[in-house]
Design a protein around this ligand. Sequence first.
Ligand SMILES: Nc1nc2c(c(=O)[nH]1)N[C@H]1C(S)=C(S)[C@@H](COP(=O)(O)O)O[C@H]1N2
Ligand SMILES: [Mo]
Length: 255
Amino acid sequence: MNKLMTRRKLITTGLGVAAGASGIALAARLASQYGLIPPDNGGVFGIGETLTYAAQRMLMSHHSLAREFSRSEISRVAPVNGDPPETEVYQRVLHSGFADWRLTVDGLVARPSSFTLEQLKRLPSRTQITLHACEMGWSFIAEWTGVPLSDLLSSVGILPQARYVVLFPLDAWWESIDMSDALHPQTLLAYAMNGEQLPVPHGAPLRLRLPRQLGYKNTKYISHIKVVDTVKNIGEGVGGSNSEGKGAYSWYAGM
Ligand SMILES: Nc1nc2c(c(=O)[nH]1)N[C@H]1C(S)=C(S)[C@@H](COP(=O)(O)O)O[C@H]1N2
Ligand SMILES: [Mo]
Protein backbone atom coordinates (compact mmCIF):
# COMPACT_ATOMS: atom_id res chain seq x y z
CA MET A 1 0.00 0.00 0.00
CA ASN A 2 1.46 3.37 -0.93
CA LYS A 3 1.82 6.25 1.49
CA LEU A 4 -1.15 8.22 0.18
CA MET A 5 -3.48 5.25 0.54
CA THR A 6 -2.24 4.71 4.05
CA ARG A 7 -2.94 8.37 4.91
CA ARG A 8 -6.31 8.28 3.19
CA LYS A 9 -7.32 5.12 5.01
CA LEU A 10 -6.17 6.66 8.27
CA ILE A 11 -8.47 9.64 7.77
CA THR A 12 -11.51 7.88 6.38
CA THR A 13 -11.50 5.15 8.96
CA GLY A 14 -8.92 5.70 11.65
CA LEU A 15 -9.43 9.36 12.52
CA GLY A 16 -13.21 9.15 12.50
CA VAL A 17 -13.29 5.96 14.54
CA ALA A 18 -10.69 7.31 16.92
CA ALA A 19 -12.70 10.50 17.43
CA GLY A 20 -15.90 8.57 17.96
CA ALA A 21 -14.89 5.53 19.90
CA SER A 22 -11.43 5.81 21.40
CA GLY A 23 -11.59 9.49 22.20
CA ILE A 24 -10.44 12.73 20.71
CA ALA A 25 -6.98 12.53 22.26
CA LEU A 26 -5.99 9.64 20.00
CA ALA A 27 -7.49 11.33 16.94
CA ALA A 28 -5.57 14.50 17.75
CA ARG A 29 -2.34 12.56 18.13
CA LEU A 30 -2.80 10.79 14.79
CA ALA A 31 -3.74 14.02 12.99
CA SER A 32 -0.69 15.77 14.38
CA GLN A 33 1.59 12.94 13.33
CA TYR A 34 0.28 13.23 9.77
CA GLY A 35 0.47 17.05 9.55
CA LEU A 36 -3.28 17.57 9.52
CA ILE A 37 -3.74 20.04 12.36
CA PRO A 38 -4.70 23.58 11.30
CA PRO A 39 -2.93 26.39 13.21
CA ASP A 40 -6.13 27.52 14.96
CA ASN A 41 -6.99 24.05 16.24
CA GLY A 42 -7.38 25.17 19.87
CA GLY A 43 -6.14 21.88 21.29
CA VAL A 44 -8.63 19.08 21.90
CA PHE A 45 -11.56 21.51 21.83
CA GLY A 46 -10.74 22.26 18.21
CA ILE A 47 -11.26 18.72 17.01
CA GLY A 48 -14.06 19.98 14.75
CA GLU A 49 -11.69 22.32 12.84
CA THR A 50 -9.10 19.56 12.69
CA LEU A 51 -11.51 16.99 11.25
CA THR A 52 -12.84 19.46 8.65
CA TYR A 53 -9.37 20.42 7.47
CA ALA A 54 -8.00 16.86 7.64
CA ALA A 55 -10.97 15.43 5.76
CA GLN A 56 -10.65 18.11 3.03
CA ARG A 57 -6.95 17.57 2.66
CA MET A 58 -7.19 13.78 2.47
CA LEU A 59 -10.47 13.17 0.66
CA MET A 60 -10.14 15.87 -1.98
CA SER A 61 -7.41 15.66 -4.54
CA HIS A 62 -4.91 18.42 -3.66
CA HIS A 63 -5.27 19.90 -7.10
CA SER A 64 -9.02 19.67 -7.61
CA LEU A 65 -10.03 22.83 -9.44
CA ALA A 66 -12.54 25.49 -8.45
CA ARG A 67 -15.19 25.99 -11.11
CA GLU A 68 -14.28 28.41 -13.91
CA PHE A 69 -16.95 30.39 -15.74
CA SER A 70 -17.42 31.91 -19.18
CA ARG A 71 -17.07 35.63 -20.00
CA SER A 72 -20.87 35.98 -20.28
CA GLU A 73 -21.22 34.96 -16.63
CA ILE A 74 -19.05 37.78 -15.25
CA SER A 75 -21.09 39.78 -12.70
CA ARG A 76 -22.04 43.33 -13.62
CA VAL A 77 -21.49 44.50 -10.05
CA ALA A 78 -18.52 43.51 -7.90
CA PRO A 79 -19.03 44.47 -4.25
CA VAL A 80 -16.08 45.62 -2.16
CA ASN A 81 -15.25 44.61 1.39
CA GLY A 82 -12.35 46.42 3.06
CA ASP A 83 -11.35 49.97 2.16
CA PRO A 84 -7.84 50.78 0.91
CA PRO A 85 -5.29 51.18 3.72
CA GLU A 86 -5.27 54.66 5.21
CA THR A 87 -1.54 54.48 5.92
CA GLU A 88 1.00 56.97 4.62
CA VAL A 89 2.90 54.15 2.95
CA TYR A 90 -0.15 53.17 0.91
CA GLN A 91 -0.89 56.78 -0.05
CA ARG A 92 2.72 57.15 -1.21
CA VAL A 93 2.75 54.00 -3.39
CA LEU A 94 -0.67 54.95 -4.76
CA HIS A 95 0.57 58.41 -5.78
CA SER A 96 3.62 56.90 -7.46
CA GLY A 97 1.28 54.84 -9.66
CA PHE A 98 2.75 51.87 -7.78
CA ALA A 99 6.25 52.58 -9.14
CA ASP A 100 7.47 52.81 -5.51
CA TRP A 101 5.69 49.63 -4.50
CA ARG A 102 7.65 46.40 -3.99
CA LEU A 103 6.69 42.84 -3.18
CA THR A 104 9.20 41.34 -0.74
CA VAL A 105 9.47 37.56 -0.65
CA ASP A 106 11.48 36.04 2.19
CA GLY A 107 11.55 33.40 4.91
CA LEU A 108 12.28 29.79 3.93
CA VAL A 109 13.31 30.53 0.37
CA ALA A 110 16.66 30.02 -1.36
CA ARG A 111 16.80 33.56 -2.80
CA PRO A 112 14.94 36.24 -0.78
CA SER A 113 13.80 38.77 -3.37
CA SER A 114 11.95 41.95 -4.03
CA PHE A 115 9.81 42.52 -7.15
CA THR A 116 8.41 45.61 -8.83
CA LEU A 117 4.94 45.37 -10.35
CA GLU A 118 6.52 45.40 -13.83
CA GLN A 119 8.75 42.46 -12.90
CA LEU A 120 5.74 40.49 -11.65
CA LYS A 121 3.93 41.18 -14.90
CA ARG A 122 6.85 39.66 -16.80
CA LEU A 123 6.51 36.33 -14.91
CA PRO A 124 4.18 33.62 -16.33
CA SER A 125 0.55 34.69 -15.96
CA ARG A 126 -2.79 32.97 -15.71
CA THR A 127 -6.26 34.36 -16.38
CA GLN A 128 -9.30 32.72 -14.81
CA ILE A 129 -12.98 33.53 -14.28
CA THR A 130 -14.01 32.37 -10.82
CA LEU A 131 -16.48 33.03 -8.03
CA HIS A 132 -15.48 35.20 -5.10
CA ALA A 133 -17.71 34.31 -2.13
CA CYS A 134 -17.62 36.46 0.99
CA GLU A 135 -18.36 34.73 4.26
CA MET A 136 -21.04 37.38 4.85
CA GLY A 137 -23.23 35.92 2.13
CA TRP A 138 -22.63 37.82 -1.12
CA SER A 139 -20.60 36.71 -4.11
CA PHE A 140 -19.61 37.76 -7.61
CA ILE A 141 -17.93 36.26 -10.64
CA ALA A 142 -14.96 38.07 -12.19
CA GLU A 143 -11.96 37.47 -14.37
CA TRP A 144 -8.59 37.75 -12.68
CA THR A 145 -5.12 37.78 -14.17
CA GLY A 146 -1.94 37.34 -12.21
CA VAL A 147 1.15 35.31 -11.41
CA PRO A 148 0.40 31.85 -10.08
CA LEU A 149 1.83 31.91 -6.54
CA SER A 150 3.55 28.59 -7.34
CA ASP A 151 5.52 30.27 -10.18
CA LEU A 152 6.58 33.13 -7.93
CA LEU A 153 7.66 30.66 -5.24
CA SER A 154 9.61 28.50 -7.65
CA SER A 155 11.40 31.60 -8.94
CA VAL A 156 12.77 32.19 -5.41
CA GLY A 157 13.16 28.50 -4.48
CA ILE A 158 11.12 27.02 -1.64
CA LEU A 159 13.16 25.27 1.05
CA PRO A 160 12.04 21.77 2.07
CA GLN A 161 10.93 22.85 5.59
CA ALA A 162 8.28 25.19 4.12
CA ARG A 163 4.76 24.54 5.43
CA TYR A 164 2.86 27.83 5.17
CA VAL A 165 2.90 30.97 3.08
CA VAL A 166 2.06 34.14 5.01
CA LEU A 167 0.58 37.11 3.14
CA PHE A 168 1.17 40.52 4.70
CA PRO A 169 -0.79 43.48 3.28
CA LEU A 170 -0.40 47.22 3.75
CA ASP A 171 -3.29 47.11 6.22
CA ALA A 172 -3.64 44.74 9.20
CA TRP A 173 -5.46 41.91 7.33
CA TRP A 174 -2.70 39.29 7.22
CA GLU A 175 -3.46 35.66 6.42
CA SER A 176 -1.65 32.38 5.79
CA ILE A 177 -2.29 29.34 3.63
CA ASP A 178 -0.70 25.89 3.54
CA MET A 179 1.60 24.66 0.77
CA SER A 180 -1.21 22.66 -0.83
CA ASP A 181 -3.13 25.90 -1.50
CA ALA A 182 0.02 27.93 -2.19
CA LEU A 183 1.08 25.57 -5.00
CA HIS A 184 -2.44 25.09 -6.39
CA PRO A 185 -2.61 26.19 -10.06
CA GLN A 186 -5.57 28.56 -9.44
CA THR A 187 -3.93 30.39 -6.54
CA LEU A 188 -2.95 33.72 -8.09
CA LEU A 189 -1.29 36.95 -7.12
CA ALA A 190 -3.70 39.00 -9.18
CA TYR A 191 -2.84 42.43 -10.66
CA ALA A 192 -5.73 42.66 -13.12
CA MET A 193 -9.50 42.22 -12.90
CA ASN A 194 -11.95 41.98 -15.81
CA GLY A 195 -9.19 42.95 -18.23
CA GLU A 196 -8.21 46.17 -16.42
CA GLN A 197 -5.52 46.97 -13.90
CA LEU A 198 -6.77 45.75 -10.48
CA PRO A 199 -8.95 48.60 -9.11
CA VAL A 200 -7.73 50.18 -5.86
CA PRO A 201 -10.81 49.09 -3.82
CA HIS A 202 -10.24 45.49 -4.96
CA GLY A 203 -6.69 45.44 -3.60
CA ALA A 204 -4.28 47.19 -5.98
CA PRO A 205 -1.60 46.66 -6.83
CA LEU A 206 -1.65 42.99 -5.82
CA ARG A 207 -4.14 40.66 -4.15
CA LEU A 208 -4.46 36.97 -3.52
CA ARG A 209 -7.08 35.08 -5.49
CA LEU A 210 -7.73 31.80 -3.73
CA PRO A 211 -10.94 30.57 -5.33
CA ARG A 212 -11.10 27.45 -3.18
CA GLN A 213 -11.49 29.47 0.02
CA LEU A 214 -13.90 32.13 1.27
CA GLY A 215 -13.51 35.87 0.73
CA TYR A 216 -11.57 36.83 3.83
CA LYS A 217 -8.67 34.52 2.89
CA ASN A 218 -8.20 36.54 -0.35
CA THR A 219 -5.78 39.14 1.01
CA LYS A 220 -5.72 42.50 -0.79
CA TYR A 221 -2.93 45.16 -0.90
CA ILE A 222 -0.18 42.54 -0.46
CA SER A 223 3.38 43.82 0.00
CA HIS A 224 5.22 40.99 1.74
CA ILE A 225 5.15 37.22 1.41
CA LYS A 226 6.92 35.05 3.94
CA VAL A 227 7.44 31.30 3.71
CA VAL A 228 7.53 29.65 7.14
CA ASP A 229 7.54 26.26 8.84
CA THR A 230 5.21 27.44 11.61
CA VAL A 231 2.87 30.36 12.21
CA LYS A 232 3.19 30.08 15.99
CA ASN A 233 5.41 33.19 16.29
CA ILE A 234 3.25 35.47 14.14
CA GLY A 235 0.63 37.54 15.96
CA GLU A 236 -1.39 35.29 18.24
CA GLY A 237 -0.04 32.19 16.50
CA VAL A 238 -3.30 31.06 14.88
CA GLY A 239 -2.31 31.77 11.28
CA GLY A 240 -4.21 34.94 10.46
CA SER A 241 -5.58 38.24 11.77
CA ASN A 242 -9.10 36.98 11.10
CA SER A 243 -8.63 33.93 13.30
CA GLU A 244 -7.52 35.96 16.32
CA GLY A 245 -9.67 36.97 19.28
CA LYS A 246 -13.40 36.68 19.88
CA GLY A 247 -15.77 35.87 17.01
CA ALA A 248 -12.81 34.78 14.92
CA TYR A 249 -13.14 33.06 11.58
CA SER A 250 -11.63 29.64 11.12
CA TRP A 251 -8.14 29.62 9.58
CA TYR A 252 -9.23 27.12 6.94
CA ALA A 253 -12.19 28.38 4.90
CA GLY A 254 -12.40 25.81 2.12
CA MET A 255 -15.43 25.88 -0.17
N1 LIG B 1 -5.91 43.55 3.04
C1 LIG B 1 -7.21 43.25 3.04
N2 LIG B 1 -7.61 42.15 2.38
C2 LIG B 1 -8.92 41.80 2.37
C3 LIG B 1 -9.89 42.54 3.08
C4 LIG B 1 -9.42 43.70 3.76
O1 LIG B 1 -10.20 44.45 4.39
N3 LIG B 1 -8.08 44.03 3.72
N4 LIG B 1 -11.21 42.11 3.07
C5 LIG B 1 -11.44 40.68 2.78
C6 LIG B 1 -12.81 40.28 2.58
S1 LIG B 1 -13.76 39.95 3.94
C7 LIG B 1 -13.29 39.98 1.35
S2 LIG B 1 -14.86 39.37 1.11
C8 LIG B 1 -12.52 40.29 0.15
C9 LIG B 1 -13.26 41.35 -0.65
O2 LIG B 1 -12.67 41.53 -1.88
P1 LIG B 1 -13.27 42.64 -2.84
O3 LIG B 1 -13.28 43.93 -2.08
O4 LIG B 1 -12.41 42.64 -4.04
O5 LIG B 1 -14.68 42.20 -3.15
O6 LIG B 1 -11.21 40.77 0.43
C10 LIG B 1 -10.63 40.24 1.57
N5 LIG B 1 -9.28 40.71 1.66
MO1 LIG C 1 -15.48 38.75 3.16
